[in-house]
Design a binder for this molecule. Structure first.
Ligand code: DON
Length: 576
């Protein structure tokens, strides 16, 4: 019997017990780790974290320093004009929580804002220029983290970033690649071109890039806290420039912005307790759903093609639910308990056929067939290093996993003059029209439609894992592939693989639509590819590697700490 196409039946419903969303750690808190560790996507940011720990800061202070430093040295990835999710664990009271500093849609946003007169979606409007920008969350996260959880003043923890912005940093190859990719968009904003290009071109390698306006904005944040960014002269400049450039921000948008503390998503897999990002990220929900399905299939016993087939079928089903049900939990009813329940997962994977792929069909979203978002001849971004992740562990056992973004490389490419702040283009993470893919090929519907003040659905998945063997802290950029990358690293953790394996293993990906297995150059042998094709899978070999995982392992069983930075990137990991 042919497998039933996904999406043509409603998933089984039932009574779902509330899962434990608040993270008291399963094991009682023990003594702290023998060493501290920092892993980030840029050596200058890792250095900032090390220096703040050495100055007596805790992991949360170090996280402020690393997050702010990345905003300066990786402007293509994250920044004060962006947002992100911060997973924290405080050892003193064994409390685990998430700071949601996701961007919000401006209050004047509406669902037709990226459509032309014929009602067709115009992708560039959601990616380039200030109309593409959500209200930033990173400055609120930095001040929230510092005042609620840090030991040191913001003036101390922001000092490394201020110095990097004022005195400059040496331009590296990743910067140059992304600046070349977004050159024309940056040129359209005179303040962005002045800040990030030299004579309209990417700066030469080693060029000392100074950002004095950004240094002044960071300094205002250090002196005045949240009001230094969201009110007063910087907020005024932001709103004026955005509106002059065709955007719709108001002073109220900035004044109202708050970082929100949320209970993360948690679950268990093969003796490991997993904690990850809650909505408006889809990461935690999908990770638990996929692990529950893998458990049902007893996938840990599978190898080779059978394992890949099981992984793909699990990914397919989880991303179907992402498209259908996930969005901002403050504006839509997200069925978290249902989606993360083992019984639900068992129902989802019931039609798994070990011999055949299950075709992806999205029958319950009112949408056109999935079509390629960008013309095939458009050059894709160099690697998925836009968006960033870092992991931190201090000697008390406090820990942070943070994934931060301005979305597409160099975000919207727009800088408000006199602020040094490069605005995000996170609005493209909304579903601009039902079933019309965003830049990562993701579709969605009502749950993630554009609405005033709404947070757009994300894939960012900062994650902790804990068992008697130890504690893992990890995450990566990579757009829609973030969640499947984290899944594959989680499997490596639970298999007892070393931390270097978590960040290096070749990766595969499936996201329901398009109905293809995407894979890194070395991920599938020719024989694997043939065997998967014989099951009915469509294969899309990718020319370049993807992801930039930053991981730490506190190996409690052996009393040691290890850290690793993905060799696909230019980051660095440090263990004290
Ligand atoms: O929040 C999200 O899911 C996206 N804006 C993340 C973008 C990303 O990871 C790009 N990286 N390659």
């Amino acid at each position: 019997m042919p497998p039933s196409p996904l999406g043509c039946r409603l998933a089984p419903l039932g009574i779902f017990l509330a899962i434990c969303l608040i993270g008291q750690s399963p094991a009682a808190e023990q003594t702290g780790p023998p060493r501290a560790a920092v892993a980030s996507a840029h050596p200058a940011a890792t250095r900032a974290g090390i220096d703040i720990l050495a100055a007596g800061g805790n992991a949360f202070d170090a996280a402020v320093a690393v997050g702010a430093a990345l905003a300066v040295v990786e402007p293509y990835s994250s920044g004060l004009g962006g947002g992100g999710f911060w997973l924290l664990h405080r050892a003193a009271d064994a409390r685990t929580l998430m700071i949601d500093a996701r961007e919000r849609a401006p209050l004047a946003a509406h669902r037709a804002m990226y459509l032309d007169d014929q009602g067709q979606f115009v992708p560039e409007r959601a990616l380039d220029g200030p109309l593409a920008a959500g209200i930033p969350g990173l400055p609120a996260a930095l001040t929230h983290l510092s005042t609620r959880y840090g030991r040191l003043p913001l003036g101390t923890t922001l000092a490394p970033a201020i110095a990097l912005a004022r005195d400059g940093f040496a331009v590296d190859r990743v910067y140059r690649d992304y600046a070349a990719f977004r050159r024309d968009t940056l040129r359209a904003s005179p303040a962005a071109a002045a800040q990030f290009l030299v004579d309209g071109e990417p700066p030469p390698p080693g060029h000392l890039l100074r950002q004095p306006d950004l240094a002044a904005t960071l300094d205002a944040l250090a002196r005045e806290g949240q009001a230094g960014f969201y009110a007063g002269p910087i907020a005024e400049r932001l709103v004026t420039a955005v509106r002059a450039g065709g955007g719709i921000w108001t002073a109220d948008d900035l004044r109202d912005y708050q970082a929100i503390e949320r209970a993360p998503i948690s679950g268990t897999y093969r003796g490991w307790h997993l904690v990850s990002a809650a909505p408006p990220s889809s990461g935690g929900v999908l990770l638990i759903a996929m692990l529950n399905m893998l458990d049902t299939l007893d996938a840990a016993a599978l190898t080779g093609t059978e394992r890949t087939h099981a992984l793909v079928e699990v990914m397919r089903r989880a991303y179907r639910d992402r498209a259908r049900s996930l969005g901002d939990p403050d504006q839509t009813a997200v069925p978290v308990e249902q989606l993360t329940h083992p019984l639900y997962a068992a129902g989802l994977i019931r039609d798994f056929d070990p011999r055949r792929a299950t075709p992806s069909r999205l029958a319950d979203l009112d949408c056109a067939p999935w079509t390629e978002r960008r013309p095939a001849d458009q050059i894709p971004p160099p690697e998925s290093h836009h968006t960033t992740h870092f992991s931190i562990l201090d000697r008390d056992g406090n820990r942070v996993a943070a994934t931060l973004s301005i979305n597409y490389p160099f975000g919207s490419g727009f800088v408000a003059p006199g602020t040094g702040v490069l605005l995000n283009d996170e609005m493209d993470d909304f579903s601009a029209q039902p079933g019309v893919p965003n830049v990562y090929g993701l579709v969605g519907g009502e749950a993630n439609a554009i609405a005033p003040g709404r947070r757009m659905l994300s894939s960012m998945s900062p994650t902790f894992l804990e068992s008697e063997q130890g504690i893992a802290i990890l995450g990566t950029p990579g757009g829609s592939r973030i969640i499947t990358m984290v899944l594959q690293s989680v499997l490596a953790v639970t298999e007892g693989a070393p931390v270097t394996d978590w960040v290096t293993r070749p990766r595969i990906h499936h996201q329901f639509l398009p109905d293809r297995i995407q894979f890194e150059p070395d991920a599938l042998s020719a024989a694997d590819q043939a065997a998967l094709a014989a099951k009915g899978h469509r294969l899309e070999p990718l020319q370049r590697p993807f992801g930039n995982m930053q991981a730490i392992f506190w190996d409690r069983a052996h009393g040691r700490v290890q850290a690793a930075s993905d060799p696909r990137g230019i980051g660095s990991a440090w263990v004290e």
